[in-house]
Design a protein around this ligand. Structure first.
Ligand code: AVI
Length: 375
């Protein structure tokens, strides 16, 4: 699986390479593997150096990029119900009925009179946790306090998250964890009568192939107990109905905005390779290219070579010097952003031993937030 991770700084000792050396070697390996493949690819985690992370923050504010604000609007409207259901939904496992067939029961609320468990929130790929404030504030309102465990590979983003939450959200205890959530274990703080609610929001799951997305959710599921909950944010596929608000054009605009911010974000990966690996990409000889792939149900981002050209990468720890040949029109495939239907979300969840219990969409069916139970 290609991951979005670097070795966490916290685990490095003086006998091991420094964090920046570890990142550089990871970048070198990824670039070598991707750029010598046919067709050429680069892993999307390479976008997120300092400049790329700042550009992504700008993307989330663009008028065309609806996912961030739409997901936030769903939380603004439904956070009370989402958290109540996450704390109280009881999943009855599959059982034999009288006539011998199997049945499952989803989304029935606890009615045995026992106090609802307290929720502990864990967030995968939390970054600076700007998306999470509404949910945390509601958890404090319902429970009086909440333990929040943001997980991310970036120690600096987590430090910012902790500072921001401590300053603005009294009642939240923050326990940061520097880790690659795609494959590392996620030690959870478990107190009596608590239930874990894992947050995987922002449609980050959409940047994985279906197989890798399943593996990410399976890694999470392995850390949870039956009855724990997952809140998953997914961008929706246009329905294709003639009256639908969301069309292919909505998607293309979101990934090819008029201000050129997404183009700059995409091209920045070449600047990163020039800086980190001493490569000699001429960024002006490439262009940002986006298309909708309806078969795979994904937006694809590419960097298209405008001319026949050669690019050099000097020898490094990952291997000898490379000369890359580009034909005019040849592309480097830099990102997939998968778009879902309620059915594909439900089957992804099932493949990782979760069952969807409820979901919320905005009125224009741009985005979905799905609550699921670990089974
Ligand atoms: C981080 N991820 C969910 C974004 C997306 O929409 O796939 C990354 C992005 N790429 C271009 N614009 C935004």
């Amino acid at each position: 699986m290609s991951t979005f991770a670097i070795a966490p700084e916290a685990t490095l000792s003086s006998t091991l390479p420094s964090a920046s050396e570890a990142v550089a070697s990871h970048v070198a390996k990824e670039a070598r593997a991707g750029l010598t493949a046919t067709p050429k690819t680069l892993s999307p985690w390479l976008f997120y150096d300092e400049a790329g992370s700042a550009l992504f923050e700008q993307i989330t504010e663009l008028p065309e990029y609806y996912p961030t604000r739409t997901e936030r609007s769903i939380f603004a409207l439904h956070a009370p119900q989402i958290l109540r259901e996450a704390a109280t939904t009881v999943h009855k496992p599959a059982h034999a009925t009288r006539n011998g067939t199997h049945a499952t029961s989803n989304g029935t609320s606890s009615s045995n009179g026992a106090a609802a468990p307290m929720l502990t929130l864990i967030e995968l790929g939390a970054g600076t946790a700007t998306k999470t404030g509404l949910l945390l504030a509601e958890a404090v309102r319902q429970q009086g306090s909440v333990v929040y465990q943001p997980v991310d590979v970036s120690e600096t983003a987590l430090a910012a998250a902790r500072e921001n939450i401590l300053a603005n959200l009294p009642g939240v205890t923050v326990r940061v964890q520097v880790a690659d959530y795609t494959r590392e274990p996620l030690p959870l703080d478990r107190l009596p009568n608590t239930r874990t609610l894992a947050l995987y929001i922002g449609s980050s799951i959409g940047n994985f192939t279906p197989e890798d997305a399943r593996d990410v959710l399976r890694n999470l599921r392995a850390q949870l107990l039956p009855g724990d909950a997952l809140l998953l944010g997914t961008d929706l596929r246009p329905s294709g109905e003639p009256t639908a608000h969301k069309t292919e054009a909505t998607l293309l605009a979101a990934y090819d905005d008029a201000a050129g911010t997404t183009a700059a974000f995409n091209l920045n990966v070449l600047t990163r390779l020039n800086r980190d690996l001493g490569a000699d990409f001429h960024t002006e000889a490439f262009r940002h290219k986006v298309f909708w792939n309806p078969i795979e149900s994904r937006i694809e981002m590419h960097l298209e070579s405008l001319i026949a050209q050669r690019v050099h990468i000097p020898a490094n720890a990952a291997g000898p010097a490379l000369t890359l040949e580009f034909a005019p029109g040849e592309t480097i495939h830099t990102e997939n952003s998968y778009k879902f239907t309620p059915t594909t979300v439900a089957s992804l969840l099932t493949s990782a031993s979760f069952t969807a219990t409820n979901s919320w969409q905005d009125p224009h069916h741009l985005f979905a937030v799905t609550l699921a139970t670990a089974i």
